[in-house]
Design a protein around this ligand. Structure first.
Ligand code: NOJ
Ligand code: CA
Length: 675
């Protein structure tokens, strides 16, 4: 269903007033979103309406440079071309198989009225689920090298929206989300999500296709105001972006919907990325995994070789056996390579040499015999230079062992010193890793990553990443409160898959009495702040094509509830959000990519609640066995977190279910087609 309609319009001039001399209107295909572009007093502005309500007020566009006069005024519109696109494309893997790509586009060619007569193009694409705009500085005589000191882009909110955000941080996204009126925010990372007072519309600001550019944060000059301005993460000398004409910026995106449910279903970020560049994708496979990992976080094991070393040949064989017996296709080992004793120092990690008690070849052979894949691990400690030196050889080693997955980490300050995790230098480093990994047929799970901006479409080997406060924080800090899980789907995960690593069953670490405190955030009171059923529900609610069952495997043995983790897929044909309230609850249903089964996950914050759901998403004419994993009557994340029930009942798409969730609880259901 490819139909591309190309309309070239030389210039549309709608005279409004003397000053507001030019107006370009770009509407979404359903006409609900209207984006207006204006040149007023020679400056460039846009504003946005949704359902006739102004949602973003007049906001400025343009650039300041270190080495050139600013491109922010003296503008006229020199040309305009409009296009409409309505097609669809298929993902290599995903939260949905088919993505509809339907938008109206305008490319506005600005030119300086006098002086150097420099050119700046701005492209707007307006979809039914939001909009994106990006700048292009075309090749031209007056511009060669470009040192951006400030991208002037503004988002002037029209209302004092209720806002979910984390404060801007150039090195980390691992803060707890806050909910405040927009007026009280001074800075934010993106995605940042807004709810209108009447809860009749929702916005989320982020970026798509972050390539060879600095990560975007937002800042305000004053509290009380509603004017969020782009604040790019700098190079050590303060320059934000180094480029040469021609250059394009990432897309600045605003997802817009009339419900919190639809925000999650949006494909805007993916649609604003380029098509898959990898020809052979046969080696790219979504996977569940277990691994030698949680023991280090709770302090029963160490990354370093010694008495409590986690990554030993024997432990790995136990994990491989468990995986093989339980429909878990992959196993991770952290602390397998030498250098952990130098973590935090320069040139710490050696990505080739295993510790003596980790026989890499023997483990690889054993996994192969059992039909289990290994996931490699490269903790760089942030030392990108030392990593880049070893990367090709390290990836080659994995290739020679038949390993197709690598988890990377950047836990530490970046080397070269003065670089931030989210600046242009690191954006380019992370991309270099993805591209080289593709050459060696490796998929990447990046921790301490650059944020997700939809690159997974172009490089489907960029499968998942952390980039938010994940499970690990429960191992050695006050942890993630019950509300965290009902904020992430509306903020961080709008950007793309997250490797949260759910599935801890030993919620109070009762089977691990000999924990050694190793992290300064640990007050010795760490635990998981959910019920057990909620851990299961997170496998459906948090989308990730690599999904870890993160507990020690001994805690899964003889646990009937593990059956759900064994059954749940990681690749989905279709996703439907059944109900949602940001910060309170969410229920998501997903259809397996490879079978006709459906799965459902419902989670709540610290308040217990009952959610009634219609099963009309199930396929017409099918009968299903609903395998239900639910909180018990008296479950409570604080006082009675383990209690749960496993029930079975027959259902069709005419039925309803009442999901009773305990405080901090959840419910997970497999709808298995009855043949
Ligand atoms: C932080 C990562 O998020 C975590 O998963 C990993 O275990 C440690 N770094 C060590 O690499
Ligand atoms: Ca982390």
């Amino acid at each position: 269903m490819k139909s591309i309609l190309l309309i070239l319009v030389t210039l549309i001039l709608i005279s409004c007033s003397e000053k507001e001399n030019t107006k370009v209107l770009i509407q979404s295909p359903d006409k609900k979103i209207q984006v207006f572009f204006n040149v007023i007093d020679t400056e460039a502005f846009y504003h946005v309406k949704f359902d006739s309500i102004q949602v973003i007020n007049r906001s400025r566009l343009g650039f300041e440079f270190e080495n050139l006069p600013a491109l922010k005024s003296n503008f006229k519109i020199a040309g305009l071309s409009k296009t409409s696109v309505n097609n669809s494309w298929q993902q290599v893997w995903g939260e949905k198989k088919i993505v509809v790509n339907n938008y109206n586009q305008a490319i506005i060619q600005l030119e300086e009225i006098d002086g150097l007569k420099r050119k700046l193009n701005i492209t707007f694409k307006v979809f039914n689920d939001g909009l994106g705009f990006s700048y292009e500085i075309p090749k031209q005589k007056a511009i060669d090298s470009i040192y951006i000191s400030n991208e002037i882009t503004e988002f002037e909110l029209s209302h004092d929206y209720s806002t979910w955000f984390i404060p801007a941080n150039f090195d980390s996204y691992e803060a707890l989300y806050q909910n405040k009126p927009a007026s009280e925010i001074m800075s934010a990372n993106t995605p940042i999500t807004f709810e209108s007072a009447k809860k009749d519309f929702y916005l989320s600001i982020h970026e798509a296709n972050l390539t060879d550019y600095a990560g975007m944060t937002l800042k305000k000059q004053d509290t009380l105001k509603l004017n969020l301005q782009v604040d790019l993460v700098p190079w050590p000398n303060g320059v934000k972006v180094k480029a040469k004409a021609p250059m394009k910026t990432p897309w600045r995106t605003i997802q817009i919907s009339n419900s919190a449910e639809k925000l999650i279903e949006s494909s805007l970020i993916l649609n604003l990325n380029e098509a898959n560049k990898l020809k052979d994708v046969s080696w790219i496979k979504p996977t569940k995994y277990v691994g030698i990992w949680w023991g280090m976080h709770i302090g029963t094991h160490t990354w370093i070789q010694g008495k409590r070393h986690g990554a030993t040949t024997d432990n790995m064989k136990e994990y491989i056996d468990f995986a093989a017996a339980n429909n878990i296709k992959s196993v991770l080992a952290e602390g397998w390579n030498t250098g952990w004793e130098k973590w935090g120092q320069p040139k710490a990690f050696d990505f080739i040499t295993p510790y003596d008690d980790f026989d890499l070849q023997e483990i690889a052979d054993y996994a192969n015999k059992k039909g289990v894949k290994l996931i490699g691990h490269h903790e760089t400690g942030g030392d990108t230079k030392y990593y880049e030196k070893q990367m090709e050889k390290a990836f080659g080693l994995y290739k020679s062992l038949g390993i197709h997955m690598v988890k990377t980490g950047y836990a530490g300050a970046i080397t070269p010193s003065g670089q931030y995790h989210h600046g242009q230098y690191m954006v380019n480093h992370y991309r270099k890793v993805v591209e080289l990994a593709a050459k060696y047929k490796l998929v990447v799970d990046a921790h301490e990553p650059i944020k997700a901006t939809g690159i997974r479409r172009t490089y489907p080997n960029m499968m998942t990443r952390e980039g938010a406060r994940g499970m690990e924080w429960n191992g050695w800090s006050d942890g993630n409160p019950p509300e965290h899980h009902v904020i992430l789907p509306f903020t961080r995960i709008l950007a793309g898959p997250m490797d949260y690593t759910p599935g801890v069953f030993d919620l109070l670490y009762e089977n691990s009495p000999k924990r050694v405190v190793w992290n300064s955030n640990d007050k010795g009171t760490s635990r998981i702040n959910t019920t057990l059923s909620k851990q299961l529900a997170l496998f459906v609610v948090f989308y990730s094509p690599m999904q870890m069952a993160s507990d020690l495997v001994k805690n899964y043995k003889s646990q009937p509830a593990f059956q759900f983790i064994s059954d749940v897929p990681v690749n989905w044909e279709y996703t439907k959000v059944l109900n949602a309230k940001i910060g309170d609850f969410v229920t998501i249903a997903r259809k397996d990519w490879d079978s006709d089964d459906w799965f459902l996950g419902a989670v709540t914050d610290e308040n217990g609640r009952t959610l009634d759901v219609k099963l009309n998403f199930l396929d017409e004419g099918e009968t299903y066995e609903a395998q239900i994993y639910k909180d018990a009557e008296n479950s409570d994340w604080k006082t009675n977190p383990y209690a749960h029930q496993i029930l079975k009942q027959k259902v069709t798409n005419k039925d309803n279910l009442s999901l009773k969730l305990a405080p901090g609880g959840g419910q997970a259901i497999r709808f298995k087609v009855v043949l």
